[in-house]
Design a protein around this ligand. Structure first.
Ligand code: SIN
Length: 275
């Protein structure tokens, strides 16, 4: 089986053809897909047909699957998250720049999203390379950031006042009960497979720099959040039914556009944890 890999933008993203993700792919093909993910940060496949079992089986080739602490999985498939926006919904899931589950002690390494139903127009997903964002910084700021860690929490999204817990009818998103944990991650992450460095803070889940107050952290985080979404670091994926996006949360942010009022969008995601 030979894969064809075609870059889609300068900073990140590649479309791969020649693989049927529902098949029990040989180890060599999985190795090629993993290498493409590490190199291109987000990879795309078209014209797939995946049952929940197929998606789980494919995801497990890359590591154990996460069961989301706040979003209830499919009946019988707790690792499969249904990401649904119904015509009456005003908000969407993932409608802000973030890196999946950075609020956990051991955040997800990858996410595999499969499209089943799409609006007639809109509903694209944006990705931003945090490798490119890191590399564009001055040597002085890089050195400063490499000495820092940041505090992440699910509170802004999943507490009773959080964005995701509110006004949603189509997805079962639980409010975090009691105190939401805070976990500390380096501001600059060194990728364990490539050794490449990437910024690892995001507007949804990063609260402050460790050892700094929220007020002290704000100017630096605001600068980074603005810098990290610069258009030149991004690519945009236009979904079709059967499309799959597989992104590396250690290298990219993503943003689900909410630009299709009155229409339905239905996706399924599995999320790969570190081994
Ligand atoms: C997400 O995983 O954040 C949702 C992405 C999307 O629905 O495009």
């Amino acid at each position: 089986m030979s894969l064809t890999i075609r870059k889609v933008a300068g900073a990140l993203g590649a479309e791969i053809s020649g693989a049927d993700l529902s098949a029990n792919l040989p180890d060599g093909v999985i190795t090629q897909i993993r290498a493409a993910l590490v190199e291109h940060q987000v990879i795309f496949f078209r014209d797939q047909s995946l049952s929940p079992e197929d998606q789980v089986a494919f995801g497990r080739r890359f590591g154990p699957l996460n069961i989301h602490p706040y979003v209830r999985g499919m009946d019988g498939h707790p690792e499969v998250m249904e990401i649904i926006k119904e015509p009456a919904d005003r908000t969407n899931f993932g409608g802000g720049w973030h890196s999946d589950t950075s609020f956990l002690e051991r955040p997800a390494i990858g996410s595999i999203l499969y499209a089943l139903e799409l609006p007639e127009w809109g509903g694209d997903t944006l990705f931003s390379s945090q490798v490119a964002a890191y590399e564009a910084l001055s040597p002085g700021l890089k050195a400063t950031l490499e000495s820092l860690s940041a505090v992440h929490s699910a509170g802004q999204e999943y507490s009773p006042q959080g964005h995701s817990a509110q006004k949603r009818t189509s997805m079962s998103v639980a409010e975090a009960e009691g105190a939401v944990g805070e976990f500390i991650h380096p501001v600059v992450l060194v990728h364990p497979e490539s050794g490449r460095k990437a910024l690892y803070v995001n507007p949804a889940f990063t609260l402050r720099i460790e050892g700094w107050t929220k007020r002290e952290s704000r100017p630096l985080l605001d600068f980074l959040f603005e810098h990290c979404r610069y258009e030149g670091y991004t690519c945009r994926f236009n979904w079709r039914p059967g499309s799959v996006a597989f992104w590396d949360n250690r290298q990219v942010w993503h943003f689900a556009l909410n630009d299709y009022p009155g229409q339905r969008r239905y996706m399924r995601r599995v999320t790969v944890d570190p081994a």
